[in-house]
Design a protein around this ligand. Structure first.
Ligand code: SF4
Length: 706
C-alpha cells in the first residue's frame, strides 16, 4: 500500500461528525483523490456537507503530519526523534513505576470520539481490566454524556430509539439546543426535504440565538439560557391541561406521572413564559403543533447537553415524547444527535469512566464479574467510577493523577478553563500525546509524542447517531512511521507484560472479541460477523435474526425493572455560575458551519476558511450600544478565569444580555487570546459530568492597544 489508493474506488464514512455520511473516494490517477457522497449509504443517500466534500484535502495533505515518535527527557529540552521502541519502553517504564508507587489511579487515558470502536475497546480493556483503573474518559464526555444519563433515567438504557428514516416522515420537529443546519447538515437536509414535500410539517426551534436552523423554523423560541427545563415543563403542563396526552400509553407503559405532573404544575404557564423570556402564546402554539402532529420528534444536542443541568434538560424534554406516547412508532421519538463520528461506538464498548462493555454498568457487581471473566483480567475491576474529562484536570493539579495519555484530542483548546488545563498538564509527571497533526496546541505540553494514522490509513468500525455501525477500510498507508492507534496500544500492552491478552492479529480480531461482549444485551451484535458487516457495509444495532433494527421500543416495553419508561420530574433552577455587576452578560458557545472542533484538520483547508476565517463575538445591538461597540470593533471578553479577544458582530440574532463565541479557534495559527475556553468554567452536571459550556458570566469592552 502507498500514499496513493491502490484501487480506483473506495467506500468509507466521513470522519467528522456523528451523522456518519457514506463517502466514495476515487483515485483520479494523478495522486489526487476525489470525494463524492455515496448514493447507496442509507444514512446520507449521496449527500455530504462542506466539510465532507473537502475531506480529500485533509487526507492527502501531509504537511502537518506527525511522522516519527519524539520525546524529551525534561521540559527544558527540545523534542527529539526517537524509535518506537524507545518511546513505548519509556512510557511503559514510567507507567509501571507510577502504578507501583502510587496505585493504578495515578495514570489515565483521555481519548476521543474520533477513535474507532476497536481502538476504544483495547484502551478500555487495558485500563479497566489490566492496569486496574477506570481512569479512561473521552472527549465525548463534552458532547453527549448528559444524553446518555437522560436516556437511562427515562428509557432504561442508553439507546437512540429512532432512525434517520423517521426524519423523512415526522410532521413536527422540536429542535432544542441544536443548530442542525450547520452542525448536522445532512440530517437537517432530510428534515427540510420532508417539509418541502409536506408544507404541513412544523419545525419548532428552541435556541437563545436565531441560528440558520431557527431562521427557517415555523416557531422560534429564543429562551433565556438556562431556562430549558422551565420551558419543557410548561409545555407538559399545557399538554396535560388540554388533555393532549396519551392516557393509555402513560397508564400502560410509564411510571412517575404524578410526581412529574407536580413538577410541571409548580409554575403557571404565564410564570414559566416570563422566566423563559418568551410570549405565553408561543408556548401554547408549540403545544398545539405537537398535539396536531402524527409524527413528533424531539431532537437535541450540545445546547442541552453541555450544561450544569444537562441531565434535567434531557429528562424533561424526553418526557414530552412519553406524555404523548410518541415513541416506538414511525416518525416519532426522542433523538439525541451525537457530535462525534464514533461517540456511539465508544459508548458501546464502555469507553468512558463509568461504563463497561455493551452498556454494562461499572457499579453493577454482576456486570463487573462478567467482564472480568471474559477478559481474564488479572486484577478485579474497580467498582468506583474513574475520573472524567474535567476531573482528570483536577486530579493532575492536586497530584492524585501523575501521568496522562491523550489520544486524538486537543484538550488545550477543547476543555473548559484553558489556563487550568495548561497548569494541570505542566504539573503532570508524564504527558503522552498520540495524534496525527502537529497543529494540536496540546503538543506543547507533551513529554512523548506518538504519531498516529488517520481515518483512511487504518481499518475498523464506527457507529453513527442512528446506531448504524459502518466498516471503514484502510485505503492508504500512513506517512512516515505513523501507526494505527490500536497497533500502538497493543504494542504498549505487550511492553507492560500483557502481550498474550492483547495479541490480536488485526482489527477484525478485536471486533470479534468486542461483539462477543454484546451477546444478550440491548446492543447485541454477537451475530454480526466482520464478514457480514463488510459485505453489507452498515447495519443498525441490535442485530437479531440476521437483520439490523431501525427502531427501538416498538412493543412499548422498556428495559427498566418494571418494563415501563419513567417520567422524571426535576427542579427547574439553573445552577450555572452567577451573573454579577462585573460580569453581567451570558456567554454561550457553539460551532460554525465549516469548521470541526479545534480546526486541526478543517483549519488547513482553504475552502473551509472562506466562510468564516477568524473568531468573532456576536453581541446584541442594545448591549453593544451600551458599551460603545460598533460593527467590527475589536473587543475583549472577560470572565472570572480569563479573556478572549475577537471582532464584534452586532446582531439581533442573539438575545439582549447574551453573547456568542465560536468554540473552534485556538492558539495554532492565531493567538492564545482567540481561545474561547479561556473563559468557560469547569462546573459540570453532577450526574453526567458534562461541562457547562453554554453559560459563562462575562463582560465585553472595547480593546485598547497597550
Ligand atoms: Fe461529514 Fe457530518 Fe458533513 Fe456528513 S454531515 S459530510 S458526516 S461532517
Amino acid at each position: 500500500m502507498s500514499r496513493r489508493p491502490n484501487e480506483t474506488e473506495h467506500k468509507t464514512t466521513c470522519c467528522y461528525c456523528g451523522v456518519g455520511c457514506g463517502i466514495v473516494l476515487t483515485d483520479k490517477g494523478n495522486g489526487a483523490l476525489h470525494v463524492r457522497g455515496d448514493e447507496t449509504h442509507p444514512s446520507s443517500k449521496g449527500m455530504l456537507c462542506s466539510k465532507g466534500m473537502n475531506l480529500h484535502y485533509t487526507a492527502m495533505d501531509d504537511s502537518d503530519r506527525l511522522l516519527y515518535p519524539q520525546m524529551r527527557m525534561n521540559r527544558s529540552m527540545p523534542m527529539q526523534r526517537v524509535s518506537w521502541e524507545n518511546a513505548l519502553d519509556r512510557t511503559a517504564r514510567i507507567f509501571n513505576r507510577l502504578i507501583g508507587q502510587y496505585g493504578p489511579d495515578s495514570v489515565g487515558f483521555y481519548i476521543s470520539g474520533q477513535c474507532l470502536t476497536e481502538e476504544y475497546y483495547v484502551i478500555n480493556k487495558l485500563m479497566k481490566g489490566f492496569v486496574g483503573s477506570n481512569n479512561i474518559d473521552t472527549n465525548s464526555r463534552l458532547c453527549m454524556s448528559s444524553a446518555v444519563v437522560g436516556y437511562k433515567m427515562t428509557l432504561g438504557e442508553d439507546s437512540v430509539p429512532v432512525s434517520y428514516e423517521d426524519l423523512d416522515i415526522a410532521d413536527c420537529f422540536f429542535v432544542a439546543g441544536s443548530n442542525a443546519a450547520w452542525a448536522h447538515p445532512v440530517i437537517w437536509r432530510r428534515m427540510e426535504a420532508n417539509k418541502q414535500r409536506n408544507p404541513e410539517v412544523k419545525i419548532i426551534v428552541v435556541d437563545p440565538r436565531r441560528t440558520q436552523t431557527a431562521s427557517v423554523a415555523d416557531l422560534h423560541l429564543p429562551l433565556r439560557p438556562g431556562t430549558d427545563v422551565t420551558l419543557y415543563l410548561a409545555l407538559a403542563r399545557i399538554l396535560i391541561e388540554n388533555g393532549w396526552i396519551d392516557r393509555d400509553f402513560i397508564h400502560d407503559h410509564t411510571e412517575g406521572f404524578d410526581t412529574f405532573r407536580e413538577a410541571a404544575f409548580r409554575r403557571t404557564v404565564a410564570e414559566a413564559a416570563d422566566a423563559c423570556g418568551l410570549p405565553e402564546e408561543d408556548l401554547r402554539l408549540a403545544a398545539r403543533y405537537i398535539h396536531a402532529s402524527r409524527g413528533f420528534m424531539t431532537l437535541w444536542t450540545m445546547g442541552l447537553n453541555q450544561s450544569v443541568i444537562g441531565v434535567n434538560k434531557n429528562v424533561s424534554l424526553i418526557a414530552l415524547n412519553l406524555l404523548t406516547g410518541r415513541i416506538g412508532k414511525p416518525g416519532n421519538g426522542p433523538f439525541s444527535l451525537t457530535g462525534q463520528p464514533n461517540a456511539m461506538g465508544g459508548r458501546e464498548v464502555g469507553g468512558l469512566a463509568n461504563l463497561l462493555p455493551a452498556h454494562r454498568d461499572l457499579g453493577n457487581a454482576g456486570h463487573r464479574a462478567e467482564i472480568e471473566r471474559f477478559w481474564q483480567a488479572p486484577v478485579p475491576i474497580n467498582p468506583n467510577p474513574g475520573l472524567t474529562a474535567t476531573e482528570m484536570v483536577d486530579a493532575l493539579l492536586d497530584g492524585r493523577m501523575k501521568a496522562i495519555w491523550i489520544v486524538c484530542t486537543n484538550p488545550m483548546v477543547s476543555l473548559p478553563d484553558s489556563d487550568r488545563v495548561a497548569r494541570a498538564l505542566q504539573k503532570a509527571r508524564l504527558v503522552v500525546v498520540q495524534d496525527v497533526s502537529s497543529r494540536s496546541d496540546t503538543l506543547a505540553y507533551a513529554d512523548i509524542v506518538l504519531p498516529a494514522a488517520t481515518w483512511l490509513e487504518k481499518e475498523g468500525t464506527m457507529t453513527n447517531s442512528e446506531r448504524r455501525i459502518t466498516h471503514l477500510p484502510k485505503v492508504l498507508d500512513p506517512p512516515g512511521e505513523a501507526r494505527a492507534d490500536a497497533e500502538i496500544i497493543l504494542d504498549f500492552a505487550g511492553r507492560m507484560g500483557w502481550g498474550e491478552a492483547f495479541s490480536y492479529e488485526s482489527p477484525a480480531d478485536i471486533y470479534a472479541e468486542h461483539v462477543k461482549t454484546t451477546a444478550g444485551t440491548e446492543c447485541d451484535i454477537s451475530g454480526l460477523s466482520y464478514a457480514i458487516l463488510k459485505e453489507r457495509r452498515s447495519i443498525q444495532w441490535p442485530f437479531r435474526n440476521g437483520e439490523g433494527t431501525p427502531r427501538l421500543f416498538t412493543d412499548h416495553r422498556f428495559p427498566t425493572p418494571g418494563g415501563r419508561a419513567r417520567l422524571v420530574g426535576v427542579p427547574d433552577e439553573n445552577t450555572s455560575e452567577p451573573l454579577s455587576p462585573d460580569y453581567p452578560l451570558i456567554l454561550t458557545t457553539g460551532r460554525i458551519r465549516d469548521q470541526w472542533h479545534t480546526m486541526t484538520r478543517s483549519g488547513k483547508v482553504n475552502k473551509l476558511l472562506q466562510h468564516i476565517s477568524e473568531p468573532f463575538l456576536d453581541i446584541h445591538p442594545d448591549d453593544a450600544a451600551e458599551r460603545g461597540i460598533t460593527e467590527g470593533t475589536v473587543v475583549v471578553v472577560s470572565g472570572r478565569r480569563g479573556q478572549v479577544r475577537a471582532k464584534a458582530r452586532i446582531t439581533d440574532e442573539v438575545r439582549p444580555g447574551v453573547c456568542f463565541l465560536p468554540m473552534h479557534f485556538g492558539k495554532i495559527g492565531g493567538d492564545v487570546l482567540n481561545r474561547t475556553n479561556n473563559l468557560t468554567n469547569p462546573l459540570f452536571d453532577p450526574k453526567s459530568k458534562e461541562p457547562d459550556f453554554k453559560f459563562t458570566a462575562v463582560e465585553v469592552v472595547r480593546y485598547v492597544k497597550p
